[in-house]
Design a protein around this ligand. Sequence first.
Ligand SMILES: NC(=O)c1ccc[n+]([C@@H]2O[C@H](COP(=O)([O-])OP(=O)(O)OC[C@H]3O[C@@H](n4cnc5c(N)ncnc54)[C@H](O)[C@@H]3O)[C@@H](O)[C@H]2O)c1
Length: 371
Amino acid sequence: MNSTLGIGLIGTGYMGKCHALAWTSVHAVFGTGPTPRLVHLAEVNGDIANKKAAEFGFAKATGNWRDLIADPEVDVVSVTTPNAFHAEMAIAALEAGKHVWCEKPMAVALADAERMAAAAKKSGKVAVLGYNYIQNPLIRHIETLLAEGAIGTVNHVRLEMDEDFMADPEALFYWKSVASSGYGALDDFGVHPLSLLLKLFGPVSRVFANLSKPYQDRPTQSGSRRAVETFDIASILFEIGAGISGVMALDRSAWGRKGRIALQIFGSKGTIVYDQERMNELQLYTVSDRPTEQGFRTILSAPHHAPYDRFIPAPGHGLGFNDLKIIECHELLNAIEGKPARIIDFDAGLVIERTVHAMAQSHHDKGWVSL
Ligand SMILES: NC(=O)c1ccc[n+]([C@@H]2O[C@H](COP(=O)([O-])OP(=O)(O)OC[C@H]3O[C@@H](n4cnc5c(N)ncnc54)[C@H](O)[C@@H]3O)[C@@H](O)[C@H]2O)c1
């Protein structure tokens, strides 16, 4: 008999809606595991909470997230609030015996991320971070290609993550420009490419970073100007183990870039190229092709790239961003059921956080930092 799982959702913005959609769809898409019950939703006040609970289909609503944590009907808590709240909310949920699905980055301060990992370990509950890009069936396939040696020994990785939501110098100052939200592009943003590196190649061993601010101040709601406290651009050299050298460029003020996470993997026998802006295709070049036909071939996502088949039986039709969250949700359910799960848990998340803070230290010290 199928069991159910009580869901609590804190925050109903961009990611809150994405989690709500995933909780609503995961059973229909995968057909296995416990069926989520949308039990309790929390927002900054009761009015917003009631409105969003009605829209998303949650039974109860509160303007105080601690009510949701205290609710015995809630088994899993989705934390989708701004970065500064993650540690407090996730730790409270774990201490109350709930599983946690927390958005990235783990926390602003490394000490908080360490406390989160410790709380997860102590609770024995499942604690998963929102690193949805690792769930793309084509990223999984790149992992398979690398394991099979399709491009030989990897020696160089280039990663770029660019968006333009902060490209307008006159865009209003908001929480992502405040130092309490983190360093800027590096942790708000760069943690995603780092999650791909961790899954595909393992932990980064050495970093050299430079952070920069394209705009020194921004207008506020009241019409004054306020100094920007975060860095919207980061340029990083890195190494993985002894054999892979890498370059990473992060920019959330890059006009024209909408959701670029561009990955180039160069090996001794070929190259793999992927970009999240074209998330349903990858490019593969192999020297095993005849010289007369050597060139990049485009591979479209299809049912044989699991779990694409759970969504669509036809090749080339494409998955979307929200589908990655549904896959992530399914992996979280696998972990709760004690099955093998493709997740970034709080321990793996801590590896990413340590890398981010090493990059920030490198910027400060103007030199290489080893991990
Ligand atoms: N995984 C991804 O691809 C991805 C993408 C975007 C954002 N994020 C992360 O998701 C988190 C949220 O970002 P967002 O873009 O959804 O922000 P958002 O501003 O759209 O939503 C945040 C929501 O949290 C609510 N909130 C704030 N404080 C609260 C409190 N004390 N109690 C209850 N609700 C509260 C806000 O009212 C808002 O609805 C951030 O940590 C961000 O880094 C992840």
